[in-house]
Design a protein around this ligand. Structure first.
Ligand code: 6R9
Length: 650
């Protein structure tokens, strides 16, 4: 995949049809709104917040007294689920569909907003019955079934902090997260379906929590028709079938009054060093940010749109743009359990046709897979309901953008390429459809309220450099759970606390458009998933035969980036490389998850190091990509380069 460059000159103007019906119908309207939001951020954000329901209004919009620990809407009281659900029911829209759910085997469920009010309340009461209340941490390890959205909202309803763990993570990853968050309960299912196979989620949870004394209860949602004989048994008193508890639970539950700065959730993400960090989001700012970004970026018209975000709720995209943002806007959405190529490669397009999806939001890696699978899977479906497309998770290469535009968007749907992060909570750079002309591969311009710049290391504005955000914004992270120093040093130290440092490189072109060039730290983006190279390296060195390891990211045709691991075996511990490769791969599966498997594991006697002993990762990347190596005279032992080159080719 090629890096986005400013050599791309194609420009796609909003169509008059789209512009005339959109929330922000012109470039002038965007410019005026953006200027207003930067000149008077507090006035701007308080107007947005006033569109939502609060139990008590805030005293102050932004409190900067303890920067970078910014606080928003201080003194305000609310409950985000009231804005996601009750507000719509009270406005007479209880009959509107909230979720059209599609199971992988072909079963389906439809839940209206009124149903959601009952289901979320029932679930919330079941949690209460287990002794869970405000401030308690609850881990959620569920597949993409409606209960995933219901459970997260139920936590929010009673003020419990949810920590959703993507159901592709291994038992050991569950353990790390449960212990870090001191979760009191886990919500899981007996299993799920993936590419036709039954996957037993509770077994993975049982293994993960075996040594977690903090866990008092496990709530199990039934997904398979037959009750499973669980590998680790059923622990009486700890394990409960959700459907049993639900029988006695009332479907009314008053929302807990939450302070704007009370924690809403934790979501773990990888950084360049150490263990995954628990990103903290609080109630009020996150609520306001996800509400407005959903409304404007997707131009949501709740009376007529059917929205579909293909992400998993286990990632931030699912939190902000399945659960909280779309529901606050009262739109109908599709939720799908399974794989895009099951039973066949046309599954997504079949779903778009079936539910007449009008807004479709997916990842570039998926688009590249669709391209590879061939146009026939697309052309046999009627996709004329689509009016807007979006992408998220990684830079999109112009070729994939053009295919999406032509094949899925019929050259009429605007494409919103949304740049943002777990930490930012919501969209930061994105075209606003109807207002901003698009360029294939560019996330275009800052969202209202966001002041972005491209800087060099010293904080000077440059054309190509590092992305920086000048001002705090409501949906920003409030910190790293249990580690305030790491929050400061990771995000606020690069430019002396003046700017937020997201860890991405960027170019700003002459029109003021931003082009994300990828991570500038040791984080690799594999199919839109963040993987810290240090995390993977520490898995490998746990193997008794491994002395040292270095992991790098390399371009990958479908995944955007793939991982290559260089592994040094201890002298005397050498053995069959294929056996070793299998052992190391299964360690990755069990310590992180299958999605973090490297494409290649290369065994080597040494790694290129400087005389001071630092591994030269840039050089490893050049070797892996077969690029000219330039000056290698600073290497302690230049001969290692030739050996590695042969190994890569072999
Ligand atoms: C939402 C999400 C964040 C990292 C981010 C960047 C990359 C996300 C992107 C993009 C280029 C886009 N990223 N969206 N790069 N263009 N539209 O993905 O959050 O999982 O925390 O990843 O993903 O590198 O820093 P998260």
């Amino acid at each position: 995949m090629s890096e986005p460059t400013v050599s791309e000159t194609r420009l796609f103007q909003p169509t008059a049809d789209f512009a005339s019906q959109s929330h922000l119908g012109s470039l002038e309207a965007y410019r005026a709104l953006h200027k207003r939001s930067i000149d008077d951020p507090e006035g701007f954000w308080s107007e947005v917040a006033s569109e939502l329901t609060w139990m008590k209004p805030w005293d102050k919009v932004l409190d900067e007294s303890d920067a970078p620990f910014y606080k928003w809407f201080t003194g305000g009281k609310t409950n985000i689920t009231v804005n996601c659900i009750d507000r719509h029911v009270e406005a007479g829209n209880g009959d509107r569909v909230a979720i059209y759910w599609e199971g992988e085997p072909g079963d389906s469920r439809v839940l209206t907003y009124a149903d959601m009010q009952k289901e979320v309340s029932r679930f919330a009461n079941a949690l209460k019955a287990m002794g869970i209340g405000k401030g308690d941490s609850v881990a959620v390890y569920l597949p993409m079934v409606p209960e995933l959205a219901i459970a997260t909202l139920a936590c929010a309803r009673i003020g419990a902090v949810h920590s959703v763990i993507f159901a592709g993570f291994s038992a050991e990853s569950i353990k790390d997260r449960v212990l870090d968050a001191s979760s009191k309960a886990v919500i899981t299912s007996d299993g799920t379906y993936r590419r036709g196979k039954e996957l037993l989620t509770k077994n993975i949870v049982d293994e993960g929590i075996a040594d977690c004394e903090c866990i008092k209860n496990v709530l199990v949602v039934q997904r398979h028709p037959e009750k499973e004989p669980f590998a680790h048994g059923w622990v009486e008193g700890r394990d409960h079938w959700y459907h049993d508890l639900a029988k006695n639970a009332s479907d009314e539950c008053a929302p807990e009054e939450m302070d704007a700065e009370d924690m809403l959730f934790l979501l773990y993400t990888s950084g360049s060093t150490g263990k995954p960090k628990g990103i903290m989001h609080t109630t009020g700012g996150y609520m306001v940010g996800t509400y407005l970004t959903s409304k404007l970026t997707f131009d949501l018209k709740p009376e007529k749109d059917v929205y579909w975000c293909t992400a998993d709720v286990g990632w931030i995209t699912g939190h902000s743009y399945i659960v909280y943002g779309p529901m606050q806007n009262g739109v109908s959405q599709v939720m799908y359990e399974g794989a895009p190529n099951y039973p066949a490669e046309n599954r997504f397009w079949e779903i778009v046709e079936k539910y007449k999806v009008s807004i479709f939001y997916t990842a570039p890696t998926a688009i590249r897979a669709f391209m590879k699978w061939g146009d026939d899977h697309v052309t046999k479906h009627d996709l004329s309901s689509l009016r807007l497309l979006g992408t998220v998770g990684e830079p999109i290469n112009p070729e994939a953008w053009m295919w999406y535009h032509r094949m899925i968007g019929a050259e009429k749907c605007p494409i919103v390429d949304t740049w943002w992060q777990t930490e930012t909570g919501g969209h930061m750079l994105t075209p606003l459809p109807g207002a901003i002309a698009t360029k294939p591969g560019s996330a275009t311009v800052p969202f209202p309220g966001i002041d972005a710049a491209v800087l060099d290391e010293d904080g000077n504005e440059v054309e190509r450099g590092i992305l920086a955000i000048r001002k705090p914004w409501p949906s920003m992270l409030r910190g790293i759970y249990g580690d305030p120093e790491r929050y400061k040093s990771t995000y606020w130290c690069k430019w002396d606390g003046k700017y937020y440092f997201p860890g991405d490189g960027a170019i700003k072109d002459e029109d003021g458009y931003f082009w994300i060039t990828g991570r500038v730290d040791d984080v690799v983006n594999v199919s839109g998933h963040r993987i810290g190279t240090a995390e993977l390296e520490s898995v490998f060195v746990e193997h008794p035969a491994v002395a040292e390891s270095a992991v790098i990211g390399v371009p990958h045709e479908i995944k955007g980036q793939g991982l290559v691991a260089f592994v040094i075996i201890r002298t005397g511990a050498e053995g069959d490389e294929d056996v070793m490769r299998k052992e190391l791969t299964s360690m990755v599966d069990s310590k992180i998850g299958k999605f973090a498997r490297p494409e290649k594991i290369i065994f080597s006697g040494d790694l290129p190091k400087t005389r001071s002993g630092k591994i030269m990762r840039r050089l490893l990347r050049d070797i892996a990509e077969d690029r000219p190596l330039g000056n290698i005279s600073t290497l302690a032992d230049p001969s290692v380069v030739e050996i590695l080159k042969d190994k890569i080719k072999g």
